[in-house]
Ligand binder design. Structure first.
Ligand code: HEM
Length: 177
C-alpha cells in the first residue's frame, strides 16, 4: 500500500485523537517501517491493519468504524490530489462509474506498484448504482467511507448501503431519493 495512504491515516489520527495516540499506535504496532512513511514508498498493507487494530484498542471504537471514518476523511485528500481527474459537475454517479475505468488506471500510471481493488458495475440507472467491490485486501469499510465522502463532496441527496457476500466480495448500493 502506498505511503500516501498511511500518512493520511496518521494525519487523521493526530487531528482527531491527538499526537500521543498517533505515537502510541505506531510504537505498539511494531511496524517493519517503524511508522516512517514516504508518499511514494510502498508498505505492507498489513501495517494498516495493525495500526487500525491498535487505534481500536486505544479508542474503544471498532476497527470497521475507524476504517470507514478514515475513508470519509481521506476522500477530500484524494479529491485535492486528483484535480483534473474529475469535477463536481460530473455528478456522483458518473464519478463512481469512472473509478474503475479511469481514475484507478490513472493512479496506476503514477504509481505502477499501486494495489487497487476491482469495482464491477452491477447496475447503473438514474436512481441507483450498484458496485461490486473485490480485493484480497478486504478494505470494504474503507471503500464504504470513501463512497460516503464522495456523496458529501458531490453534495447529492444519496445514500449508500453495503452487503458483504459469502464470497468475500462486497456490494455497494448507492441510491438517490
Ligand atoms: C468513491 C471513490 C473511490 C473508492 C470507493 C475507492 C476505493 C479504494 C479502495 C477500497 C482502496 C484500497 C485498496 C483495496 O481495497 O484493495 C483504494 C486505493 C487507492 N485509491 Fe481509490 N477509491 C476511490 C477513489 C479514488 C480517487 C478519486 C483516487 C485519486 C486519485 C484514488 C486513489 C487511490 C490510491 C492512491 C489508492 C492506494 C493504492 C495503494 O496503496 O497501492 N481512489 N481505493
Amino acid at each position: 500500500m502506498k505511503g500516501v495512504v498511511f500518512t493520511g491515516l496518521l494525519e487523521m489520527v493526530e487531528k482527531r485523537f491527538g499526537y500521543v495516540v498517533a505515537n502510541n499506535i505506531i510504537i505498539k504496532s511494531n511496524l517493519p517501517s517503524e511508522g516512517i512513511y514516504t508518499s511514494v514508498g510502498t508498505y505492507d498493507y498489513k501495517e494498516m491493519q495493525s495500526l487500525v487494530k491498535q487505534l481500536s484498542d486505544e479508542t474503544g471504537i471498532s476497527g470497521n468504524d475507524l476504517l470507514e471514518a478514515f475513508g470519509t476523511y481521506y476522500f477530500d485528500t484524494l479529491a485535492s490530489k486528483a484535480v483534473g481527474f474529475f469535477s463536481v459537475s460530473d455528478g456522483l454517479f458518473v464519478f463512481l462509474s469512472k473509478v474503475e475505468s479511469y481514475i484507478h488506471p490513472e493512479v496506476l500510471k503514477l504509481y505502477p506498484d499501486a494495489q487497487l481493488p476491482t469495482f464491477i458495475i452491477e447496475e447503473y440507472s438514474d436512481k441507483r448504482v450498484q458496485l461490486l467491490y473485490q480485493s484480497r485486501r478486504r478494505m470494504e469499510y474503507f471503500a464504504f467511507g470513501l463512497i460516503k465522502g464522495a456523496i458529501r463532496y458531490f453534495g447529492e441527496a444519496a445514500e449508500v448501503r453495503m452487503q458483504i457476500k459469502e464470497s468475500g466480495d462486497t456490494l455497494f448500493i448507492i441510491s438517490k431519493q
